[in-house]
Design a protein around this ligand. Sequence first.
Ligand SMILES: [Zn+2]
Length: 214
Amino acid sequence: MATKGLVRVECPSCGESFDADFWTVVRGDRDHEVRELILNGEFDILMCPKCSVMFQHEEPFLYLDPSRDLLAFVMPETWLAEKDKWIAKMKADYEPVRAALSAGHGLSGEPLHLFGLAQLTALLESDRDREEETEVMEFMAREDGLNLLPVKPAAARELDILFSLPLPSGLSGREAALNAARGLSARNDALPRLKKLVNALEAGSGDSIPFLKN
Ligand SMILES: [Zn+2]
């Protein structure tokens, strides 16, 4: 799979046209510098070879992070005007490689369709906060001798809960998890996503936990 491609672009300042390198696939779990560029708003910034002006030029790319079960088609913000058309095209293009990506990378979630880098940046920032909160919860849970089970990343994003779930050793099921999560939440009120995890467990029925990773 190619990760970069050349595209002819035109300088908005002097009109010079030149070939620029663009990422076509970004591996969030491997291309750490590229991930930082996205988070810092420096992704796809070009410099005109003639007049040296800096400008941003968006090209569509695929953002892939199997460790977080994340697959996103990131399209230029200007494509939003014809959103339905582009989503249909991305879905059609994706269909032939869907099976390979699922099997090879263990991706389970549906791909996301994002327009503009800002949407991807917001998602990555929210994942980073979620990771930090999860680490704090896990530290407290380990001190208490609790076990930790991974939550499906796509469900964690949708419900805005933590990436893992505490459970007392030797126990399983929703009630046990709810008690463990409540206990931790009562000791640290600076973890909004732990509160939401408590709420999500309270809202469940029976003893199954649908958002747990298999
Ligand atoms: Zn120029």
